[in-house]
Structures are given as structure tokens and as C-alpha cells.
Design a protein. Sequence first.
Length: 253
Amino acid sequence: MALEVECLSFDYGGPPVLREVSFRLPEGSFLGLLGPNGTGKTTLLTAIGMLRRPGSGRCLLAGKDLARLSPRERAKMVAYLPQDTHSPFPQTVMEAVLLGRSPHALFTPGEKDRRAAAAALERLGLETLAFREVGSLSGGERQRVFLARALAQRPRLLLLDEPTSSLDLKNQLGVMGLVRDLCRNEGLMAVASIHDLNLAATFCDHFLLLKDAASLAWGGAEVLTPKNIQAVYGVPVAVAELAGRRVIVPLTG
């Protein structure tokens, strides 16, 4: 199983937001989507998940064209965690997570769905919040609730839009470590837009660097070079090895 993105392009009626982006993500891989604001990271995530239909190109998951699947079939394979995790209506944490079971439940959630939701809450350390109103939680807690909902969906592909943006350091490491372990141990694929380059370098095994709506570099840790990073972000950096990981240090100020 793999995710194959082929020549994906998108625009909002003006200049291209994505221009012929292509990559192949193997099963069990965690991709860090890197680039400054406005380079199309969110658009790429939503185009892969068919929340926005690309103008051209296609996305294949396990050989299936995601554009040709019904929304229900697609939701069984792909889960999307947006940046905005505000709940549009009052609901408890358990109710919010159970919504992730919608593609699998015919009418109302059954015992299997409740077990899946409880397991997702446990993985994110949210058991004690199960009956709290989502609206009463902090931004970081809400982000973990919506990640639990995505996990309860039992997808093969996770699309995560800045999944650590509202989290403290401990929870950033916990969430990124959980996603990495799900990929390694359960064969999931994950694509996450991340602003923290060192966090991405610590947990991701593949990287896609976007510049001017197109792919500037794609590959493993070898693409995290001073030249590529400066080309994407316009900031000179040094890259060193520490404990087997690349560490990126800005050379400004």
C-alpha cells in the first residue's frame, strides 16, 4: 500500500496554488510537509483528501483513485485533522470522538464504535475528559480530541494540518511520537504540515519542501540541507547531526 500523488495542481481562479506536485509515500511512512505560510500546504492536504477537488492530477491510495470513491468509502481510508478545532455545536469529548466512527456505523454508534472511541481517547490521554464539553477545553486539549476522532476513524492515511500548533512541548512530543509509532507499528501513512523544522526532523522520515506552489525537494533527511532550507524560507541555517538526527540552527540575529 502507498499514497501516490501525481502532478497535482490547484487554483482558486487565479495564479496556481499548487503546480504539478508529485510524490510517492510508502506504507508505514510519516511525511513532513514543509514551507512558509502561503505555499499551499493546507491546500495540498485538502486536495489529497478530496475536500478540495484538484484542477488536474490524481491521488491514489492502495491503487484506488480517491476522487472516484464515494465520500463514505473515502472516509474509511482517509482522516483529516484541520487547524481549526472549534466544535460548531455543544458536545462532549466522547460524542466528538464518536463522530469519527460515522463512516463505519450504519445508524447509531454500536459497542464496537464505542470501544474504538475509548481506545483513541486512551491513546491521547483524554479518558478523564470524556464527558467534558469540548467548548470548555483549552486549545491544546481540543486539538488532541480531534486527533482522537481521526484515530477512531481507523484510516489508512492521516492528513494533519499543523497538529502541534496549540500544544506545549510535552504534548508536541507525545502527539508526534504517537503518529510516528502508528506509522511504524500499524502501517499507517501520515502527512503533516509542520512549521517546526526540528520537530519534523525528529519524527518524520520523509519530507516535501514547497516553494512558490511547487515541490522544491522531496526525499528523506538528505533533503534537509542548508541550501534547500534557505531557498524555501529565505533564512541561512546550519545543519548538524545530533543523536542520529539532523538539527537545524538559524544563522540570523
